[in-house]
Design a binder for this molecule. Sequence first.
Ligand code: SF4
Length: 443
Amino acid sequence: MALNGLQIQKLLPKTNCKECGANTCLAFAMKLAAKKANISECPYASDETIAVLGAENEPPVKQLKIGGEISTLIGGETVLYRHEKTYVNDTLLAINIDDDSEYEDTLHKIVDYKLERVGEILTLNAVAITQKSGDTEKFVELAQKAWDITKLPLIIRADNTDAIAQVAQVVSNTGSIIAGVNKDNADALLKVAQEHGMILAIASENLDDITALTKSLKAGGFNNMVMQFETDSLATAFQLNSIARIAAIKDNIKELGYATLKYINTGNEIEDTVMAINEIEKFGGICVLPKFDAAQLVNLMTLRLNIYTDPQKPIQMEPKVYAIGEPDRNSMVFVTTNFSLTYFIVSGEIENSGISAWLVVPECEGFSVLTAWSAGKFSGSHIAKFIKEVDLETMVDTRTISIPGYVAQISGELEEALPGWKVSVAPQEAADLESYIKAFNRK
Ligand code: SF4
């Protein structure tokens, strides 16, 4: 459990010297508890206090970087429920490939897979390789191909530790993961992981086994771990993920403060999908799917995007001038905010009308039109300033700009701030844009 202000105050010098900028040590302790200050701002804090509060600032679920050239983070979570603050890192999605299969086509599908949702490009995050052939040469060949084609981190699974050691040389220092680590092979695989900068996935269906091994590895100085819960039961997977996360966040049990890795292969497509949904919704770190299935992925990726957006930050578009269709210098010019949903609704309606146009999207902190206007982020002067910054006047000869009907009141201010421009007020509802555009072009 995080320390509160009073507990932190007991660790401070209590001289109220004010050198940290706070009037009292208690006030500074309150700022530390709220994560609005850093202990380094107190020059008189003891080494012991710095150590305690430094550890205190570590997230209860250890954050790890996965991958090399293409990297991403897992773990780092601080809350059980998204609405308490935010989830930090997405559940990563990986595809498993067996070394006795025809895999080249799948590798290309993995690297080519891209799904666009509300302006974000969603992709697969890792390739899991499993030794089924019993032939180490074949396994190493698969690892090499998987790395050469995708440049994604590998999750390596084999019964033969020597085969894992050989594959580790192929993906040395790429932030790859060795799966299936247990008390019998831990010593051998730890050496491989240390030599090649890899992560160990501690595997068991039993939390006591996992706790014992994470504890002993950490005591030995190795802390790059994930927990691999080995079960095909949906209920057990749900329970294990939940118990581990609650233990880490509520009870501060460090031995369970790691992200998870889950292989899914129930033999039934629907059950696999439900298991994957459970991982995304219930604290899963990395979810390995048994095969590449675009229909399954589109659903999982969309769910993941919805769960892992930050509720404190609206989904935003990059502020810039967007070309809708193939606009030229005389095409219509529209303006809206950079809230993604607003952008996609407006750009979709412009597209539906069959014309090409320019859509100016200034920085509005991801607010919708009326919210941005009432927060002073979508005023006439704000829009005019952005238009000058992006040099729109050299891009187009058009000198009429259409503003959303909900902010008709800014038209005078915008015309004043943009000499030579005429402001036209579009409808309040985007659904009425098509008839507005038709009427506009009949003038
Ligand atoms: S600098 Fe340290 S000792 Fe001085 S008031 Fe701040 S917390 Fe207290």
